[in-house]
Design a protein around this ligand. Sequence first.
Ligand code: AMP
Ligand code: MG
Length: 414
Amino acid sequence: MLPVSVVLSFEDALARILALGHPVLAAETTLIDDIDGRILAEDVVASVDLPPFDYSSMDGYAVSTSAFAGTPPVRLPVVGESRTGAVPDAMTPGTTMRIFTGAAVPEGADAVIMQENVTRDGDAAVFTSTPRVGQNVRRRGEDLRAGTTTLTRGTRLRPPHLSLLAALDLSSVSVARRPEVAILATGDELRRPGTDALPGTIPESNTVVLRAMARRAGARARALPFVRDDRAATERAFAAALDEADVLVTIGGVSVGDHDLVRPALEAVGVELDFWRVAMKPGKPLAVGRLARSGRRDAIVIGLPGNPASAMVTFALFGCPLLRAMQGETRPFPTARRARMTRAHAHDPGRLELARATVSSDDAGLTVTTLGNQASGAVTSMAHSDALVLIPADASGIPAGAHVDVLFMADLTA
Ligand code: AMP
Ligand code: MG
């Protein structure tokens, strides 16, 4: 545990939070219908060749190229057919066989001529071109050989991976279980959106976005009833949530105001705080810690600031990567891209700034434009940005035309 006065750099905070992802959650065998977005917990080794047999990529005629020794046209009797779902007879030398896309190439044939290039003349087919060996034939194992490792543990499964697993004849695979996330908003001013707008109240707008982001990161996330700025109620709610969830995400009350009860309440229920201040903007007050539980994995707490932009940015940068790390994802933090600033951005040195921005491109590559309102409470600029620009802590402003690192929201909350 660090002295509370320490302000961590963004990189140190991220490294510490990712370390909390270990050990990885247990694996569970899951039907391939239910694994989109989950993290693979085993290497997948192909047990079959892909394709599993030589097949035709065209509707046409299977031939042996040895029948094309002379000058075209070549005329061959059509004997039999090869259709999908059936095993064809071997092809008699000096004949041709009707064949359809996806059907097995018969023994004795080494090429397929597409039907558009063939003239039928009764029981015979007339070919005007000479095929090369393997023409329009997809060879067994040319895509993937049995015994090859094709997906590795720690891969986040996307839709095309599901198709590959199905093609490999797998109906289920081992994936990390989903982290259980409880989200708890604190504050006397909060009410549910769409309810009575009593003076002094505001609609609570963080839970809904954090839950959606947690779900996209593979978690099972639920929102708990809000707690008031009351020490006893806060402790009770924390204790109950920490008994059930893998990760408790609290919102608000994490600063140093008189009504900021989160940090003392976490300590009172036994949470060991790892750090609580990060040199970043937005999001400086951020509490991260863990609660030891006998015979179980430690519960992890992330105490987010209540300002909506701060809550979203800190959860995207720390919360989602933590959830991915807990599931064993190989690269839980997205890769930054380089982009060119279309206009200058003012910055006071001291903290890493995650500036909300829109991305576009021109002939020279990606371009990025930081938005005008970067206030921590500005929900519109969050909703209208598609990326965060990393303005280095020591920079005293970024001029137009400079190249910067950019994190895409689509990658952060993929
Ligand atoms: P706090 O972090 O509790 O000091 O709150 C900082 C600012 O964010 C205040 O303006 C709060 O009213 C606002 N805020 C806190 N929690 C939420 C929330 N869950 N939804 C919307 N705004 C919030
Ligand atoms: Mg508050």
